[in-house]
Design a protein around this ligand. Structure first.
Ligand code: HPA
Length: 232
């Protein structure tokens, strides 16, 4: 039984967008979906189902961090038969050439989380995006004129990284730091589902720059549109 999502079987579409912030789920439902119905309010972690260009789509908040995302995504996969899951979130850029607002398609997600060691022990799993979703997002971005970078992100358990581990990730080619994608990709592998993380650079860890609220709104809108178009 699903504990954190209080919806009936069939209330949730087979394709779901996953913002961390539940209010962004509400924003997507109100601005992009037709006939959106709220199916979950437990803990304020809002979930909606509606239609985008005639396609039935849901959007579910996940909260911040891999343990929180894991609860919602496992319930979506295990109890609601969700097949395609696209995270739409923000990340910190670790490379000074990565401009604010740039959209990253995360082809892989490194992790510092104990969730990985709890599952794999001394093995080091490489969580990757579904190639079909990645390929379709890349081509949709070209069509829509959205500038994207395909690269690895790292999903950290710590937002306030006093050890500056981001520098080591950057040295090995990681482009953005966020807090959820690795667990999304790992759960998708476990349940044999498809997942992708589309990320907007909201701040640059290397330079200290951050987007204004207004910039965030426009760039997030681009990312949401790209995610929805990818599902068509
Ligand atoms: N670190 C982790 N997660 C983030 C960041 C960051 O700098 N920016 C946006 N999400």
């Amino acid at each position: 039984m699903s504990t954190h999502i209080n919806a009936k079987e069939g209330d949730i579409a087979s394709s779901v967008l996953l913002p961390g912030d539940p209010l962004r789920a509400k924003f997507i439902a109100e601005n992009f979906l037709e006939n959106a119905v709220c199916y979950n309010q437990v803990r304020g972690m809002l979930g909606y189902t509606g239609y985008y260009k005639g396609k039935r789509v849901s959007v579910q908040g996940t909260g911040m961090g891999q343990p929180s995302l894991a609860i919602y995504v496992q319930e979506l996969f295990q109890f609601y038969n969700v097949q395609n899951a696209i995270r739409v979130g923000t990340c910190g850029g670790v490379n000074k050439d990565l401009s604010l607002g740039k959209v990253i398609l995360a082809n892989g997600a490194c992790s510092d989380s104990s969730l990985q060691t709890q599952r794999f022990g001394s093995l080091h799993y490489a969580p990757v995006a579904d190639f079909g979703l990645l390929d379709s997002a890349y081509h949709k971005a070209k069509e829509l004129g959205i500038d994207v970078v395909v690269g690895q992100c790292a999903s950290s358990d710590r937002f306030y990284d006093e050890n500056e581990y981001w520098k080591l990730w950057a040295k090995y080619g990681v482009v953005g730091i966020e807090m959820e994608a690795a667990e999304l990709y790992t759960l998708a592998a476990q349940f044999k589902r498809k997942a992708l993380a589309i990320l907007t650079v909201s701040d640059n860890i290397a330079t200290g720059e951050a987007t204004t609220a207004e910039e965030r709104q426009t760039t997030f809108t681009n990312m949401m549109k790209l995610a929805l178009e990818t599902l068509l």
